[in-house]
Design a protein around this ligand. Sequence first.
Ligand code: GDP
Ligand code: MN
Length: 419
Amino acid sequence: MKVHEYQAKALFAKYGVEVPGGRVAGTPAEARAIAEELGGKVVVKAQIHAGGRGKGRLVSESETAAMYERLTTDPANNEGQVRGDRVGGVRLASTAEEAEQEAANILGKHLVSIQTGPEGKLVKNVLVEEQSAVARELYLAIIIDGAQAAPLIMASTEGGQEIEVVAANDPDAIVRIPVNAASGYEPYVGRTLAARLGLVGDQAAALNKLVGSLYQAAVESDASLAEINPLVVTEEGRVLALDAKFTIDDNALYRHQDLSELRDKDEEDRLEVLADELGVANFIKLEGNIGCIVNGAGLAMATMDTIKFAGGEPANFLDIGTVNDPARVVNAIRVISEDPSVKAILVNIFGGMARVDIIAQGVIDAEKELGLDVPVVMRLVGTNLAEGEALLAEAGLDVIRAESLGEAAEKAVAAAGAA
Ligand code: GDP
Ligand code: MN
């Protein structure tokens, strides 16, 4: 689960990570009031769950796809951010009136950046913050390194830009320091980082404190990503988080009631939200056109691989789990049917604890309730197969049957292609 910049900064502040003073506003009038409190000279920042805002563009809903095309085909179109023309999602204002005006220019529009995708993102709030006089822009992040099964601190002197670009052009510009999860953050890490980033004296100490605080915030929140880009050194020598990205591991949300409340469903995939509401666990939307209903995460992975091997693309990952109620199958099909890109559905069930007859009944019920308008390919083996076959025959359901997974994938790819 991602959170907004303003929410991440509030959390950072709680842990002692230095952030600029500011507050979130939902209307231009609120933005003006906050700017007045902060003395007028502020930065107004669109709050969406995507980066690249500074170099993005604000447009109406009907213009997002064309703008996305423009931004992604010619990088020169991304220029003109905060320092220059007032065109992006991060804007400087010199007075409270200007802050109000900039908020009016941003709120209610769609912000398109190279990270938003062609739909852009509707801006519902802006963060109004005191301006910082930036001397240096650094990069700092803590991620969970899956391969090492440990937190990894990454830092660079090349902050402010896309870290992927830095990594591609100059991999040595990124310092990587793994942290032993058992012993936790130790000050030598901060000292090493300071030296590599060219910070000395008070600034080195400030960095050390900041990294330690960020580490604590990340670990206690079960974050999979805590990123500050840019981490700035100001003209006055302060070290502070000018931007903030924070992602919490969904699997750990159950133990963070307070963090769960930061969820903004408007920013999440519509189908994943629907799946969540219908209790269809482990649904992840993908880009292809073959909807998948599979029991078991491993089998779901194998099914997606086999679809790709057969020349197709899965529209989703779905582990339906051990189903003991046909209604759960109906709900899974409901979610998949809501996806306009789905051209065929592949049901691959290896009945163990899950019973084939319950899955078959679920597909039959789905046809009655929803009216399946795409071809359904079924590969069924295991517990209560004969009972399942009987139900399908009795219902006279028009499904394409397959014996093996390979055959099922090929038939699904063919059916999706013919649609
Ligand atoms: P992003 O484009 O979504 O990553 O948004 P950021 O919060 O990183 O802002 C984009 C850029 O705006 C930053 O990299 C800074 O260069 C600039 N910026 C943001 N806030 C300030 C500020 O208070 N003062 C100055 N001088 N620049 C700022
Ligand atoms: Mn940034």
